[in-house]
Design a protein around this ligand. Structure first.
Ligand code: NAP
Length: 278
């Protein structure tokens, strides 16, 4: 598994196994075990997915030592703030059955449409994350769904985010956010690299994928990697889990990258961090 670099000197496996909408059941335990046996070493979960117990069981049963795995979770919106974040972190660790996390993210920013003191709330959450990071309980800290105006206050703190996990797939490149991350050494992670499946029936992507003898899913995952946006494909289907990591044996040409970049937004989630009702 190739890796990407974090600004604190740590490395992160270049494809992560996504778990949103994976149920808290044997399906997810089996999915995590299948992913690790295919070669994934990076697993992305979140408290709000409600599946950390099953993800943890999969990690415990996968047969790979903990220190060879990279595990990410996220603090949910209901737990923003200093004390709540510290408590949410302990619950996540306990549900996962782990004693440290490799990466912990603020899942969504507090924003002006819901909170007058939204910046203060984000800073209080960040303060708790920074202390956990300094205490060695988290190896890297970051955010998710933060646009440049949400990042601004955090960029003035002593430990700035090392990751920003954003929606990123053909048709949705979020150039302003990506530029701001690059300028500040923040690694971009790509959520919904397959548009939760909506990319797969696009005729332009199908035509380009055929040219490489690859699936549209593999094309989208590879396209993220070539944009240096770390993809987090989700599947609970063993053949797809394997397919989604088999993306290191081809390279998309510059002109095909351009054609994909030029696609209109045809499969976005429509979730705007400044407008989401949660
Ligand atoms: N930070 C955030 O706010 C946020 C938001 C959304 C997602 N995420 C993260 O990003 C991850 C990925 O996003 P996502 O869950 O929206 O989905 P995705 O990876 O874009 O797509 C997953 C969907 O595509 C199907 N699929 C996967 N591989 C396939 C393949 N090779 N061929 C055909 N179908 C395939 C899956 O079905 P099966 O599972 O049935 O095989 C599932 O329905 C999440 O799991 C989560 O970890 C983060």
């Amino acid at each position: 598994m190739q890796t990407m670099n974090l600004s604190n000197g740590n490395t992160i496996p270049a494809v992560g196994y996504g778990t949103w909408q994976a149920p808290d059941s044997e399906i997810t335990v089996a999915g995590v075990k299948a992913a690790v046996s295919c070669g994934y070493r990076h697993i992305d979960t979140a408290a709000v997915y409600g599946n950390e117990v099953s993800v943890g069981k999969g990690i415990a049963a996968c047969g790979i030592p903990r220190e060879k795995l990279f595990i990410t979770s996220k603090v949910w919106n209901a737990d923003r703030g200093y004390d709540q974040t510290l408590a949410a972190f302990e619950k996540t660790l306990s549900d996962l059955g782990l004693d440290y996390l490799d990466l912990y993210l603020i899942h969504w920013p507090a924003t002006a449409h819901r909170f007058r003191n939204w910046e203060e709330i984000n800073l209080a959450t960040w303060q708790a994350m920074t202390e956990l990071y300094r205490a060695g309980r988290i190896r890297a800290i970051g955010v998710s769904n933060f646009r440049p105006h949400h990042l601004a206050a955090l960029l003035k703190t002593e430990v700035i985010p090392q990751v920003n996990q954003i929606e990123f797939h053909p048709g949705l490149l979020q150039p302003d956010t990506v530029r701001c991350c690059r300028e500040n050494g923040i690694l971009v992670e790509a959520w919904s690299p397959l548009g939760t499946g909506r990319m797969l029936s696009n005729p332009v992507l199908q035509e380009i994928a055929r040219h490489y003898g690859k699936s549209v899913a593999q094309l989208c995952i590879r396209w993220c990697i070539q944009h240096e946006a770390l993809p987090l494909p989700k599947s609970v289907t063993p053949a797809r889990i394997q397919e989604n990591i088999s993306v290191f044996d081809f390279e998309i040409s510059e002109s095909d990258m351009k054609s994909i970049d030029l696609l209109d937004n045809f499969g976005g989630s429509g979730l705007d961090p400044d407008r989401v009702p949660f």
